[in-house]
Design a protein around this ligand. Structure first.
Ligand code: IMP
Length: 203
């Protein structure tokens, strides 16, 4: 695998950075995120899909840091079949611009209960798109997804976002009940990072 000394993750979400550090830590010496670059500020996520937002974030940071910086973005979210793919790109702000994870989960459960109270189809998937740039050059895009079902009550303390209401296919526990090692061996983010590692080994 090609040696990388430093990678900047284009996110201010420390949960994402923590998961990415666990998975890439052995291969990359320094992994930073936007907490190290407060001068970059908020990046508007005006894209219509995960790929557009992943590009927006990667370029905003890559262009700011310049051509010597390798930047990887992560745009991700939950798509619920019975809600025609909602919350999708609005996952972080489903219940409003500054909504908490708790408010977002409650809104999702309320809407699902309204639309499908007998739980005939509560299937959902997490999606993740990562864009790798060097300065203003796009090098590659990586994707991952994991199928599962929404649980009708919150269960578990681990993780973040919708983890406490998402049961991955093949398991009986939510991502928030499963050990982080298990989530990090099957998740949408894990899969996108596996594609990134493969790209690195071939580059
Ligand atoms: P983004 O920062 O615009 O990519 O929004 C990501 C949002 O999607 C997060 O704030 C969570 O609500 C949700 N999300 C993405 N990945 C995960 C995950 O691994 N677990 C739980 N929720 C996630």
């Amino acid at each position: 695998m090609n040696e990388i000394n430093r990678l900047v993750i284009a996110t201010g979400n420390t949960h994402k950075t923590e998961e990415i550090r666990k998975l890439l830590g052995p291969y990359i010496k320094i992994i930073e995120d936007l907490k190290s670059y407060p001068e970059i500020g908020e990046i508007d996520e005006t894209g219509l899909n995960f790929e557009e937002n992943a590009s927006l974030k990667a370029f905003a940071v890559g262009e700011f840091l310049g051509e010597n910086s390798l930047v990887l973005s992560d745009d991700s979210g939950l798509e619920v079949s019975a809600l025609s793919g909602e919350p999708g790109v609005f996952s972080a702000r489903y219940a409003g611009e500054n909504a908490s994870d708790d408010e977002n989960r409650k809104k999702l459960l309320r809407k699902l209960n309204e639309i499908d109270s007998d739980m005939s189809d509560w299937s959902a998937s997490f999606k993740c798109v990562m864009t790798l740039v060097k300065g203003s050059d796009k090098l590659a895009t990586f994707e991952g997804s994991v199928q599962g079902t929404i649980c009708d009550e919150e269960r578990g303390e681990n993780g973040f976002g919708y983890d406490s209401i998402f049961i991955p296919e093949g398991y009986e526990n939510t991502f928030a009940e499963l050990p982080s090692e298990t989530k990090n061996s099957i998740s949408h983010r894990y899969q996108a990072l596996e594609a990134f590692k493969k790209w690195l080994s071939e580059a």
